[in-house]
Each structure stands twice: as structure tokens, then as C-alpha cells.
Ligand binder design. Structure first.
Ligand code: GLA
Length: 383
């Protein structure tokens, strides 16, 4: 924080407004958000920070402290650029402009400690930090849900990923020691206390990032929509997979084996989230852990968004004592596994998983022992 503010002040000769927005984990409810289903994410104690201040002209000057890169444009020329980090900032800027909010030129410097490509939503955090900061700076009065939608739209238009709302919502609305049960249809939400007592959540990073991840993601989304179209020919009231029961998937999609697998997974996953919340509230951690493994199998076999590295990490973890559950997390095709294990076993389990992984894949996986955190907020400038 201190070096970001120093960099900003040296580059722009003024004090910034400082905003931070967290990354996220997701306990359960994967690939359900864009199907109007349920998700169970939490914000984590890793953050994207933006330092921002108005300019007198209509220029937009962006600095990435961690990459030592600078990009300049003007408000009337905002468009996607090759530096991907800029696109989350510029995409959000365009949303304010399209919605006729009175933005002016600004200087912005960014720094983040959310690992990139690990499935912890570093890009959503950057977009949300930017949205929150511009809203404050230019006094636009936009509510947080709309800011989340601006950040989501930035991902759609400037990064080409047709993502759901989970990541942006979790980043803006997160609450320390809680997970968010979000209904992605009504956008109603509830904070569920996360009191794990004897357990801990640990992330193991496969270090894999498949280049085709975003096109495969968009493809999954299309497949779900196609499944809904077919099911709605039989059941006119069906508008999304949220409205569909497992038996209807079997009945309507029996002749479409690929769509059947995709839709079956989503419908089952929605049911799991509801049950999982009950498990959490009643401290049934083992039952919760079993659902995580079921989710992993669904993502692996039916939704087909896992990869051999993630499967290996999960299989290894759940073969060890002290592990209640494990699964791949996020969009898939790489990134982290989420592991739920007894605190006293963490060192032992992580050591064994890491050494088995490095033996097989030739690299030691990064491990993150994350804590939950509050959502997007202004940070006081260091003294
Ligand atoms: C990515 C997307 C989210 C969500 C998850 C899968 O993180 O950005 O909207 O769809 O994948 O659950």
C-alpha cells in the first residue's frame, strides 16, 4: 500500500483516493451463476488496490505498479487494448460512460497480491476496485449491485468472457467470517457464518492456466442455453436450468448426451448448494466435504471443465487422513483446488500433496491458507 501510494504521488504529484477489493473463493455452486442458480462464495484476504485521482483534462493514465507498465488513452477513445490488466479498468470506465455518468479524466495506479490465473478472481477484484473508486471519485451515486454488473459487463465486453455475477458480487459484498448464499436469479443474498472450528480451508494452486479456458467457458454457457431451449419445448414455463428438475433433464435430453451431461451437472449442483448451506449452519462438516467431492466429480465427468492436474490434486488430498473434502474451484481448466481439512493435519497433508504433485508434474504447487475478508472498501492513506 505504501509503495503504491508513493508511486502514485511521484507520478502524478497529488494524493490518491485508495480503494481495495478482495479476491474470492467459492465453497460450492460452480457454473451455476449464469444458470440463475445458487452460489456460496466468500471474499478472501488478498486484494487488488487502486489509487486514483481526477485530472483536469479527459485523459486516462493507467499505471501497473507490479508490472511497471503505463498505458494512456482518452475518455472518448476507450476501447480494449493488448495489456489485459487495462481492460478491466477501461471496460468499467466504458460502463459508466454508456450509462451517462459524468466521468472526467483520471490517473490510476494498481497493485494486487491476488495470484493471477489461480481462479481467485484477480480480474474481478480489479474491475470492482475500479468501479468503486470511480463511483466515489466522480460522485456517481451508483449502488453496489450495479457496480458489480458494470464489472461483469467489463469482463464480457473487454475480456470476452461471458461470466456470471458471482466473482464481482463476492468481491463487492464479501463479509469477514461469512460466506454469501446468493440467488443469482433474484439477486437476494444471505450471509452465512463460516465457523469452521476444527477445520481450515486451504488452496492448492495447480499452476495450470489453459489458453482455451475462456472459449470453453463461453461454450459451456451456450450448451446450457441450448439445453434450456430443448427442455422448454416440453415445459413451457422453463426459463433457465434453475426451473428444471433432474428427472426433466433425463426425460427431455436423453437423445442429447452432451447436453444431458452439462444440464444434469448444473441441476444437481444447485441442489447441492442448498443442502450444503444446511450442513454449514449445523456444523456437519463431513457432509459438506462429501458434497465438495461430488461437485468435483460432476465438474470432472459431466461438465468436463477439470484437467488431469486438478484431478490429481483432489484425488491425492482425499486419499489422506484429516481431509474432509476437496474439489477444483472456479471456472476450471486450471487454477486452484479448495481443500477442507482438519487444522491439525494441514501441514502434513499439504506436504504430501505438494510432494506427490511435484514428483508427477515437476513443479511444487503454491499453497494459500486464506481467511475470509470484507468486500470492497476505501483504505485510509498510510500516515
Ligand atoms: C468464473 C466466472 C464465474 C463463475 C465461475 C464458475 O469464475 O467468472 O461467473 O461462472 O467461473 O462457477
Amino acid at each position: 500500500v505504501q509503495s503504491l501510494v508513493r508511486l502514485f504521488s511521484q507520478a502524478f504529484h497529488t494524493e490518491p483516493l485508495l480503494v481495495r477489493s478482495p479476491g474470492r473463493i467459492n465453497l460450492l455452486g460452480e457454473h451455476t451463476d449464469y444458470n440463475e442458480g445458487f452460489v456460496l462464495p466468500a471474499a478472501i484476504d488478498k486484494f487488488a488496490y487502486v489509487a486514483v485521482q481526477k485530472r483536469a483534462d479527459n485523459r486516462v493514465v493507467l499505471l501497473a505498479a507490479d508490472l511497471n507498465e503505463q498505458v494512456e488513452t482518452t475518455l472518448d477513445a476507450v476501447k480494449p487494448v493488448k495489456q489485459s490488466w487495462c481492460n478491466y479498468i477501461l471496460g468499467v470506465t466504458q460502463q459508466f460512460l454508456l450509462n451517462k455518468y459524468p466521468l472526467g479524466g483520471y490517473n490510476l495506479a494498481v497493485s494486487s497480491n491476488i495470484p493471477v490465473g489461480a481462479g481467485l478472481s484477480s480480474s474481478a477484484a480489479l474491475a470492482c476496485a475500479t468501479a468503486y473508486a470511480l463511483n466515489e471519485l466522480f460522485e456517481c451515486g451508483v449502488d453496489k449491485l450495479t457496480l458489480a454488473k458494470f464489472a461483469q459487463a467489463a469482463e464480457h465486453t473487454f475480456a470476452g468472457v461471458q461470466c456470471g455475477i458471482m466473482d464481482q458480487f463476492a468481491s463487492l459484498f464479501g463479509r469477514k467470517n461469512h460466506v454469501i448464499l446468493l440467488d443469482c436469479r433474484s439477486m437476494e443474498y444471505e450471509y452465512v457464518p463460516l465457523q469452521l472450528k476444527a477445520h481450515e480451508l486451504v488452496l492448492v494452486d495447480s499452476g495450470v492456466k489453459h489458453a482455451l479456458a475462456s472459449s470453453a467457458y463461453n461454450q459451456r454457457r451456450k450448451e446450457c442455453e441450448e439445453g434450456v431451449r430443448i427442455i422448454s419445448r416440453h415445459y413451457a414455463s422453463v426459463k433457465s436450468l434453475r426451473d428444471v428438475a433432474p428427472e426433466q433433464v433425463d426425460e427431455c435430453l436423453s437423445g442429447h448426451s452432451l447436453l444431458h451431461k452439462r444440464c444434469k451437472y448444473v441441476v444437481e449442483e444447485n441442489q447441492r448448494v442448498t443442502g450444503a448451506c444446511h450442513d454449514l449452519v449445523h456444523d456437519h462438516i463431513d457432509a459438506f466435504g462429501k458434497k465438495m467431492v461430488q461437485t468435483h466429480r460432476g465438474l470432472q465427468v459431466l461438465y468436463e471443465v477439470s484437467c488431469s492436474e486438478l484431478d490429481f490434486l483432489v484425488d491425492k488430498a482425499i486419499s489422506l487422513p484429516g481431509v474432509s473434502g476437496a474439489r477444483m474451484m472456479g471456472g476450471g481448466f486450471g487454477g486452484c483446488t479448495l481443500n477442507l481439512l482438519f487444522s491439525e493435519y494441514v501441514d502434513q497433508v499439504i506436504g504430501m500433496v505438494a510432494s506427490a504433485y511435484s514428483e508427477k508434474y515437476g513443479r511444487v504447487p503454491a499453497v494459500y491458507r486464506v481467511k475470509t475478508a470484507d468486500g470492497t472498501t476505501i483504505v485510509p492513506l498510510p500516515a
